[in-house]
Design a protein around this ligand. Structure first.
Ligand SMILES: Nc1ncnc2c1ncn2[C@@H]1O[C@H](COP(=O)(O)OP(=O)(O)OP(=O)(O)O)[C@@H](O)[C@H]1O
Length: 328
């Protein structure tokens, strides 16, 4: 559904001597298959929206090519737009008409008949739990309802591929969870391919089949959340032994599985690849060495651990301000 090769976007900012190039996206390769939910994750300013704007034909790439839904973004933009749905980060600007009429107008803009757009609109209102709000003006809706209306607008013409740019930013936890279940249903019930940008780790973790992490305009990782976590960080295994003389044998057994064992009092911990598989054997060995445990904790790494390992920075704190290139 999406095939991007070497996408580049360089913005020229400032005037006269203050002219600067901002290298927002620096050679992005991406492949997204049919029916896949791709989580496009990165800190603020990493280049997520810029990449998405190139893929949706809103911005012409400085270099590189992309095919979206089978069409070239540079030479066949109208075909691309007809084939996709797009929910922008800022949301739609509504005209002051009723919510239902907004959706119908949007569908007709894509060439649907009024009757087909009304029918599809009602179907989407039901699916997105907007029933009863057809004749409500969007300005009188809650943030969560408005965001779901944005999604309805993106879906009215039944695209097979939908781009959602930070769809849950600004929503309360309940509204976020609610929108997640709708996004999940798009894929599982309707086979829609979803390209989702987010800077929420839990969102990418919960929704995406595959996660692509972008940092400073470059892709630094692409895999399932499980594989990313397994390959980079390893699970943290923490043992609490029953007495001081058991620390040493526990440390020795854990060191067979982990390169970075740490000891703090009676707590012995270390990162272990695929701990779910390794821990039963470890427990048997500890028992054989007469080590008795007060507790054992296995903590799975987060996507933030992955980002930290890849870039040396935390995704939570990272922003990507230093994209500016040479002064012109
Ligand atoms: N029109 C523009 N002119 C100049 N610089 C721009 C423009 N649009 C974006 N940028 C810069 O390009 C970089 C990437 O921005 P982009 O909006 O793609 O990031 P993002 O990952 O979507 O961030 P966020 O999560 O904050 O939305 C940033 O440094 C941004 O300031």
């Amino acid at each position: 559904m999406i095939e991007a090769r070497g996408l580049v976007q360089t913005f020229r900012t400032g005037r006269g001597k203050e002219k600067k190039d901002v290298h927002a996206v620096r050679g992005v390769h991406l492949d997204v298959g049919k029916g896949e939910v791709l989580g496009f994750l990165g800190p603020n300013g990493a280049g997520k929206t810029t990449t998405l704007r190139m893929l949706t034909t809103l911005l012409r790439p400085t270099a590189g090519t992309a095919r979206v839904a089978g069409y070239d973004v540079a030479t066949q933009p109208v075909d691309v737009r007809r084939s996709i749905g797009y929910c922008s980060q800022v949301g739609s600007t509504f005209s002051g008409a009723y919510a239902g009429d907004e959706v119908v107008d949007h569908g007709m803009l894509y060439g649907m008949s009024r009757r087909a757009a009304v029918a599809k609109g009602h179907e989407l209102f039901e699916m997105l739990q907007l029933d009863g709000l057809w004749k409500r003006m969007p300005k009188n809706m809650s943030g969560g309802q408005k965001r779901r209306l944005d999604v309805a607008m993106a879906l009215v013409h039944s695209p097979g591929l939908v781009f959602l740019d930070e769809p849950t930013t600004g929503l309360d936890p309940q509204a976020r969870a609610n929108l997640w279940s709708h996004i999940e249903a798009l894929r599982s019930e309707q086979g829609v391919t979803v390209f989702l940008t987010t800077h929420y780790l839990d969102e990418a973790d919960a929704l995406a089949d595959r996660i692509v992490i972008i940092d400073r305009g470059e892709i630094v990782a692409s895999d399932t959340a499980d594989e990313l976590k397994a390959s980079v960080a390893g699970d943290l295994v923490a043992l609490e032994v029953a007495s001081d003389d058991q620390v040493s044998p526990a440390r020795e057994r854990l060191a067979r599985l982990s390169d970075d064992v740490e000891v703090a009092g009676r707590r012995v911990s270390g990162r272990v690849a695929r701990a779910g598989k390794a821990v039963p054997g470890l427990l048997r060995e500890l028992e054989g060495a007469c080590v008795s445990l007060e507790s054992i904790e296995v903590v799975r790494p987060t996507l933030d651990d992955v980002f930290l390992t890849l870039t040396g920075r935390s995704l939570r704190d990272a922003d990507a301000p230093s994209l500016e290139g040479e002064k012109q």
